[in-house]
Design a protein. Sequence first.
Length: 244
Amino acid sequence: MNVVGIVAALAAEARALGPTQSHFGAPTSLADGTLLAVSGIGFAAAAHAARALIEAGVTALASWGMAGGLDPALTAGTIFLPSHVISGDGADLPTACHWRERLAAALTGQQPIACGSLLSSTHALGAVADKAAAFGATGALAVDMESLAIAQIAATQGLPFIAVRVIVDTAQDALPAAVTAASRSGQLRIWRLIGALALAPAELSALIRLAQRYRAARRSLAAIARAGSLAQFAFPAHSDAGVS
């Protein structure tokens, strides 16, 4: 039986797919039989969730959620379906072509869609200068902190993999330090965000702008979910099973 497993770093990202549970990393079943694991932020957390999904019997893996823009042409809310996931130290893993193309076709006309390389970073790229440097050095259009871990585990197991990301902060947006401080535990803690803002009230305007970007990204995640279950695009029909 073919089952898709989805890893989302944050419950807020996963919410577009259906009900989530508070126990991080433990797979929960969605209405269509897809398994969802909310991992927390970062490589190790995503890897743990991906392994849990494989132990639960999934036969394909997806990375789901938001990403930071590196290409100045990408606006908040742009749907990004990367063809490759890369790292700064040379890792380069492709996503499943047929899965990506079927999903892109279903989303055509709903939101802007981009395709290219996704950089997975070990740390948040918050400064505009850091984003520009990463874009220049790698050519990646966007950055996250989880997809490479999931892609590597999928490759090790010989499973199809796709990353489904939407742009939240753009290349021109500096990520407020308060947001970075609030997510240091691997989860976004509101009380830490409030505390960090109390120490740096000048970041409030940047946080308000990020909140606007977040609403656009959340609408795009919801649009992807409305297009249909990721599982329906994941596995080729018998008639085109030999097409890559």
